[in-house]
Design a protein around this ligand. Structure first.
Ligand SMILES: [Zn+2]
Length: 1084
C-alpha cells in the first residue's frame, strides 16, 4: 500500500450529479455564453468570409417568369450548356454579397466560386474547408470534368473538403435549386408552397480548421451522450460523466496543447485504440454479438414537396456526396433504391454514372437495392403494375450492375398488400425492409424481425428498423434506441439503424461516420451496455446473419396477410383524377399489349411489336405509382405539370399505338370488310344455364306518386322520388330482397350520398380520422328527379342533388335488359357526376344498406381478395375503419350477397349492414386545390345469389375493360381464338405480352437476346382455391415454360398436348391465389 497516504489533508466531495451533467454542454457548444472560453475557440485556426479577394463569388440567375411552369427544361439548363455559355462570356455573372436573396421558389441560380488560399496557410498541412450556406440545395461542379463533387443543403450540410492544391487556387461552379430540403411549404413543410420564397446567402467561408480540436469535439460529444443516455444503474454512465468533467478541468483555453492532452485522456479512460479509424469495427472486440448494424441511405422521395424535375437534381447532389465520402471512409456502405432514379442519373450525368458510381458499386460500397422501379405505393397499383415494378427495376439493375437485388426496400409507403410476398418471390426477392408501420396511430406492430407471409403462403424475411426511422443521425441515442426497442430480440439480437439525411439532405455526413467509430470504440472498451455497433457489413450480410442465427428463419414469428397501415387512410381517395387516370392507363396498356402481341404473332415480320414504346409508357405508369404521387400527397405542381400530363400522354399514346394495330388488322382483313368489335378480355366459356332468359328480358320502367320502378325480368328496383335513393332491389325469380332500409344507421336507401367532416389531426391529404365516421350529413336536397332513359335495352332515372349553391351531384341509376350474352346476373349501373366540387375538408361517400350479415367482407386486391372485419371487436378491427380495394368490394353471406363495382375508386368500408364507397376528399394541404372541380364516377350494384363467386370477379373486369376495338369480321375469330382459356372459372387470364428477350423485338430491356418468338401469359387464381384449366392455341407451339416474373428463370417445363387438329392444349394448375407466368415459344 505504498503511496496511499496515512492522513488526508485534501477532502473531496462526491459530485452533485445533476450539476455536473448540466455543465458538460458548455464545452463544445458554439452558442451559449462561453464558446470562446471553451473548445469552440480552437475549431478554426482561421476563417475568411466572402471578401471578393480570397473568396470571390459571382451569381447568375436562370430566367424564371412568375406563373410559368417551374419544371420546363429552360428553367433547368444542363450543366454543360451553362458552363460552355459562361466560358464563351455569354452569361451575365454578377458579384454576390453576403445575405443577398436568391429566388424565387423553384428557380435556379448559378454561382461561380474562386478561392485563393492566403500564402501563410499554404505551409499548413491541414485540409481546408469551403463552407457554404445559401439555405437552398446546391451542388459543386468541377468545370474541367463537369463531374459533381459534393453538395449543400442549407445548415444540414455545408462543408466542401477542398482537395490539396499546390498553388492554393480553386475554381468551381455551384448550381443551386431555390428550394429547401423539404420544398417551399408556407409556415409548415406540409403546407402548400410559398411560390415567392427567397434564399439568403448566409455563409461563403474559406476555413483553415484545427482538425484535432474538431476531433475532440466528436470524442466529447459521444462521451457526454453516453453519460446522458445510458441507464442510471450502469457504471458506464457514471464514469462517462466523470471523465467528461475531468476533461473540462484539464482543458485550458489559453493553451492549444491541452486539446491533445484531453483527447489522449478520453482515449485512455473510455475508448479503445481504434476510435479514429475503420479498424474499430474489424479489430476491436470481434467476438461479442452486434446489437446494431448501421447502414447509410438517403431516402429520396421521387416527388413530394417538390417536383420530379427537382428529384433528378437531388439524386446527383446526394449520391455525389456519398461517393466522395466513400473515399475517405473505407468502412462506409450506402444503399439506394429505385431504378427510375438510377435511370435519371444515367440520362443527366452519364459520366458520373459510369466513371464514379459504377466503380463504387463494383467495390461494394454503393449498393443498388429494392428491385422495384420506384418505391411504389402497394395499395392502389394493379397486380400487373406491381409485377412490372420489379420487372423493370430488376432488369435495369441487371443490365447496369450485373446483379439484381434480393431485398424489397420500402421504408416509407402507406401499407403493404398481401400479394407483395408472392410477387417478390417471383422476382428474385426473398427479403423485405420497411419502417412505416411504426407510424400506426392505433396499434403497435409487434415484430422487428419476422416472416411476412402473403396471400398464397409465400414468405419474405422481413425487418423493421427498431429505431423507427430511416433517417437517423447516428447519434448515440439512435444506436441505443435501435438496440432497446428491438421487439424480436429473443429470436435475433440485432437491428438495423438506417442513418443519413433524406430527401436532398444528402445522406450520411462525415460527422455521422466519425461518431459511429467513437460509439463502437466505447462499446469495445466498456462492454455491451453500450450497444455494439457494426458498420461495414452489407445489407445482404445483415439478412444472412438473421438466417444463420434463426435456423433459416424458421424460429421467427410470422405475420400473415396484408401489413395494414393504421394511418394515411385518406390516400385511397385523395387526388381522384390521378387515380382514375392510373386505372385507365393500366387498362389501355393491357389492351395495347393484348392487341400488339396477337398482331405480331399472327403476322410476324409485317407488324413489329412496339416494345420500346410500350416500355417507355410502362416506365411512366410505374413512376406515377411512387408512394406520394399516386396516393395523392404531393404538392400541386407535381400533378399539374408532371404526373397528370404524363398519364394523359400514356393514355393518348396507347390509343395511338392501338389505332396502329387496328388499322394494320384492317389492311390485312381488307379495308372494305365489315368490322366487328373485339374485346381484350379472355374468359372461359360460361357454364351458366340460360333458362332464366326465357322470361321477359326487356328493361321496363313504371311510375307512381312515390316510386319509379325499374325491372328486367330478373331484378326489380324501386327509386324513392322524395329521397332520391334506391329503396328496394328484389330478385324477381327468388323474391330475395338485397337491401335493408329498415335497420341500421342508414334507413334512407342505397346510393345515398353522405358528407363526412374530414379534419384529421394533421397530414390533411394523407389522413381521415376515426372520429369522422360519426360526424356526417346526408345529402337530401333534391333539385330534380326524372326518367332519363326508357327503352327496351336500358331504363334509367336521374336525380340531381344540391350540395351548395354551386356544387351539385347528378346521379343516374340504370338497369339494362337482361341479355342472353351476359354470363352473370344483372347489375345496376350508376353514373355520378360531382359538379364543381368546391368544399373544404369534407369527405363525400356513397352508402348502400344491404340485407347481409357476415363478420367479414371481401375486397379485391392485386390478383386476389383481402378479407377484412365488418365489426369493431378489437382495436385492430377498429383500425380498419377505412380500407383499400380495387375493382370491387363484396359483402356476402352463405345464400346471397352484394358486390359494389367501380371504375376509378379505392376507398371503402363495410360495417354492420352498411357498405360505403369513398368518392372524393377536399384536403387543403399540401395541394391547396386538390380535387376541386368536376368528377365523373361510375359504379354498380351487383346483387347475387350465393356467396362471392367468379361472377363478381368477371363483372368487375367487364365493368372496367370497356373498350372494343373494331377489326375486320374475317379476322375476329383468328384474333380471339389465338389464345383461349378453359377450365375452372377462378382462373383469370390477366395479361399477355411478347417475351422481352425475343431478339426480333430489339427491346432496350432485353438481357440475353434469344432467336425465338414467344408469348408471355399471366394467369392467376382469383378467389383462393386450387384450380385446373388449360390454355388453347392453334399456333405451332415449340415449348412452354412456367417462368419467373423477370422472364429469366424457368420453374418448370410444361408438356403440351395436341387435343385436336385445331389447337394445342397447355395445362394449368394453380394453387390458391397463385400468380403464374407462362412462356409459350411458337414456331416462326
Ligand atoms: Zn417517402
Amino acid at each position: 500500500m505504498s503511496g496511499y497516504g496515512e492522513r488526508n489533508y485534501d477532502p473531496q466531495f462526491r459530485p452533485v450529479r445533476g450539476i455536473y451533467a448540466s455543465r458538460l454542454q458548455q464545452f463544445i457548444d458554439r452558442g451559449g455564453d462561453f464558446p470562446d472560453l471553451n473548445l469552440p475557440k480552437f475549431y478554426d485556426v482561421e476563417r475568411i468570409s466572402l471578401d471578393q479577394k480570397h473568396v470571390k463569388i459571382w451569381w447568375h440567375q436562370i430566367e424564371f417568369k412568375h406563373g410559368s411552369s417551374p419544371v420546363s427544361p429552360d428553367k433547368r439548363p444542363s450543366w454543360k450548356e451553362v458552363i460552355e455559355q459562361d466560358q464563351k462570356g455569354k452569361l451575365d455573372f454578377k458579384e454576390a454579397r453576403k445575405s443577398q436573396p436568391f429566388g424565387p421558389s423553384w428557380s435556379t441560380t448559378w454561382f461561380k466560386v474562386e478561392l485563393t488560399v492566403p500564402s501563410k496557410w499554404l505551409n499548413s498541412r491541414e485540409q481546408l474547408i469551403f463552407e457554404w450556406n445559401c439555405n437552398n440545395e446546391g451542388v459543386v461542379i468541377d468545370p474541367e470534368t463537369l463531374l459533381p463533387i459534393t453538395a449543400f443543403s442549407g445548415g444540414e450540410r455545408s462543408e466542401y473538403l477542398l482537395p490539396p492544391s499546390k498553388n492554393g487556387k480553386y475554381f468551381f461552379y455551384i448550381e443551386a435549386g431555390n428550394n429547401g430540403m423539404f420544398g417551399c411549404g408556407q409556415g409548415s413543410t406540409i403546407n402548400p408552397p410559398d411560390d415567392n420564397r427567397y434564399f439568403h446567402l448566409d455563409k461563403a467561408d474559406l476555413v483553415l480548421p484545427d482538425w484535432e480540436a474538431r476531433g475532440l469535439r466528436i470524442d466529447y460529444w459521444m462521451l457526454t451522450d453516453a453519460s446522458r443516455e445510458l441507464p442510471d444503474d450502469s457504471w458506464q454512465k457514471q464514469r462517462a460523466r466523470q471523465i467528461a468533467n475531468e476533461v473540462m478541468d484539464m482543458f485550458d483555453y489559453n493553451d492549444r496543447s491541452s486539446v491533445i492532452a484531453c483527447r489522449k485522456f478520453i482515449q485512455k479512460e473510455y475508448f479503445d485504440e481504434f476510435s479514429d479509424s475503420s479498424d474499430v469495427y474489424s479489430k476491436g472486440d470481434v467476438n461479442q454479438l452486434s446489437s446494431v448494424y448501421g447502414m447509410g441511405n438517403c431516402h429520396i422521395d421521387t416527388a413530394w414537396l417538390w417536383p420530379f424535375a427537382e428529384t433528378r437534381r437531388k439524386i446527383v447532389r446526394s449520391w455525389a456526396s456519398q461517393c466522395t465520402l466513400m473515399d475517405e471512409f473505407p468502412e462506409y456502405q450506402f444503399v439506394a433504391s429505385q431504378g427510375q432514379q438510377f435511370k435519371w442519373l444515367l440520362e443527366d450525368h452519364p459520366e458520373f454514372f459510369k466513371n464514379v458510381l459504377v466503380p463504387k458499386v463494383q467495390q461494394s460500397q454503393f449498393f443498388a437495392v429494392g428491385g422495384s422501379w420506384v418505391e411504389n405505393d402497394t395499395n392502389i397499383p394493379s397486380g400487373e403494375s406491381l409485377a412490372r415494378q420489379f420487372f423493370f427495376g430488376q432488369r435495369f439493375f441487371l443490365h447496369h450492375f450485373g446483379s439484381k437485388s434480393d431485398i424489397f426496400w420500402l421504408p416509407d409507403t402507406f401499407g403493404y398488400s398481401s400479394q407483395i410476398p408472392q410477387i417478390c418471390r417471383l422476382s428474385g426477392i426473398n427479403k423485405f425492409l420497411t419502417q412505416k408501420l411504426s407510424w400506426n396511430n392505433i396499434n403497435s406492430f409487434p415484430h422487428s424481425t419476422f416472416n411476412w407471409v402473403g396471400l398464397d403462403g409465400s414468405q419474405l424475411l422481413s425487418h423493421m428498423p427498431p429505431g423507427n426511422t430511416y433517417t437517423a443521425d447516428s447519434h448515440f441515442g439512435d444506436v441505443l434506441r435501435t438496440a432497446k426497442q428491438n421487439k424480436s430480440n429473443e429470436f435475433y439480437e440485432s437491428g438495423l439503424m438506417l442513418y443519413g439525411k433524406g430527401d436532398g439532405g444528402g445522406g450520411p455526413t462525415r460527422e455521422m461516420l466519425e461518431k459511429m467509430r467513437r460509439i463502437r470504440s466505447m462499446s469495445n472498451r466498456n462492454g455491451n451496455v453500450i450497444p455494439k455497433l457494426q458498420v461495414g457489413k452489407s445489407i445482404g450480410e445483415f439478412y444472412e446473419n438473421i438466417l444463420e442465427r434463426t435456423d433459416n428463419g424458421q424460429n421467427l414469428p410470422t405475420w400473415e396477410g396484408e401489413l395494414y397501415f393504421e394511418f394515411h387512410r385518406g390516400t385511397y381517395t385523395t387526388q381522384a383524377q390521378m387515380k382514375k387516370l392510373m386505372r385507365i392507363s393500366q387498362i389501355k396498356i393491357h389492351d395495347l399489349e393484348w392487341l400488339a402481341t396477337k398482331a405480331s404473332i399472327l403476322y410476324g415480320s409485317e407488324y413489329k411489336y412496339p416494345v420500346n414504346e410500350i416500355n417507355k409508357l410502362w416506365e411512366n405508369i410505374l413512376l406515377c405509382q411512387f408512394h406520394d404521387v399516386l396516393p395523392g400527397t404531393c404538392i400541386e405542381i407535381v400533378y399539374k405539370y408532371e404526373a397528370i400530363p404524363m398519364l394523359e400522354n400514356v393514355v393518348k399514346r396507347c390509343e395511338e399505338l392501338i389505332d396502329k394495330v387496328v388499322s394494320f388488322f384492317s389492311k390485312k382483313g381488307g379495308m372494305l370488310e365489315k368490322s366487328e368489335p373485339v374485346k381484350t378480355l379472355t374468359w372461359q366459356p360460361s357454364s351458366k344455364s340460360i333458362s332464366l332468359q326465357e322470361k321477359n328480358d326487356n328493361a321496363t320502367i313504371t311510375e307512381d306518386s312515390s316510386f319509379y320502378t325499374l325491372g328486367n325480368g330478373r331484378l326489380k328496383l324501386s327509386i324513392d322520388k322524395k329521397k332520391g335513393t334506391i329503396s328496394q332491389i328484389s330478385d324477381l325469380v327468388t323474391d330475395v330482397e338485397y337491401l335493408d332500409c329498415k335497420n341500421g344507421r342508414n334507413q334512407l336507401g342505397a346510393n345515398q350520398f353522405v358528407l363526412f367532416d374530414d379534419k384529421p389531426l394533421n397530414w390533411q391529404a394523407w389522413d381521415t380520422e376515426l372520429y369522422s365516421v360519426n360526424q356526417y350529413k346526408y345529402i337530401n336536397d333534391i333539385e330534380d328527379i326524372n326518367v332519363k332513359c326508357n327503352d327496351k335495352h336500358r331504363c334509367s332515372v336521374e336525380i340531381i342533388f344540391r350540395i351548395s349553391k354551386d356544387c351539385k351531384i347528378k346521379t343516374e341509376i340504370g338497369l339494362k335488359a337482361a341479355s342472353l350474352s351476359e354470363s352473370y346476373d344483372s347489375l345496376i349501373d350508376i353514373s355520378t357526376s360531382v359538379i364543381n366540387w368546391n368544399l373544404r375538408n369534407q369527405f363525400l361517400k356513397v352508402e348502400f344498406p344491404v340485407n347481409v350479415r357476415n363478420e367479414f367482407a371481401s375486397y379485391e386486391t392485386q390478383f386476389g381478395i383481402t378479407r377484412r372485419p365488418t365489426h369493431y371487436n378489437t382495436s385492430w378491427d377498429v383500425a380498419k375503419f377505412e380500407v383499400c380495394h380495387h375493382k370491387f368490394a363484396d359483402y356476402s353471406d352463405f345464400s346471397k350477397g352484394v358486390s359494389i363495382l367501380n371504375n376509378c375508386k379505392y376507398g371503402f368500408s363495410t360495417h354492420g349492414n352498411l357498405m360505403r364507397l369513398s368518392l372524393l376528399r377536399s384536403a387543403k394541404a399540401p395541394d391547396a386545390h386538390a380535387d376541386m372541380g368536376t368528377h365523373e364516377i361510375k359504379y354498380a350494384i351487383y346483387p347475387h345469389m350465393g356467396s362471392l363467386s367468379t361472377d363478381t370477379v368477371r363483372a368487375a373486369h367487364d365493368f372496367n375493360y370497356i373498350y372494343n376495338y373494331p377489326v375486320p369480321k374475317t379476322l375476329t375469330s383468328q384474333i380471339n381464338d389465338l389464345l383461349t382459356i378453359h377450365g375452372d372459372e377462378n382462373i383469370v387470364l390477366s395479361n399477355i405480352k411478347r417475351g422481352e428477350d425475343d431478339a426480333e423485338l430489339e427491346s432496350e430491356y432485353a438481357l440475353e437476346k434469344k432467336h425465338e418468338r414467344s408469348i408471355m401469359v399471366r394467369v392467376f387464381e382469383s378467389l383462393g382455391g386450387e384450380a385446373f384449366g388449360e390454355l388453347r392455341t392453334p399456333l405451332k407451339v415449340k415449348e412452354v415454360y412456367k417462368i419467373d416474373n423477370l422472364e429469366l428463370e424457368t420453374f418448370e417445363s410444361v408438356r403440351v398436348s395436341v387435343e385436336s387438329a385445331n389447337f394445342n392444349s397447355i395445362p394449368i394448375h394453380l394453387k390458391p391465389f397463385e400468380i403464374a407466368l407462362y412462356k409459350i415459344v411458337v414456331d416462326k
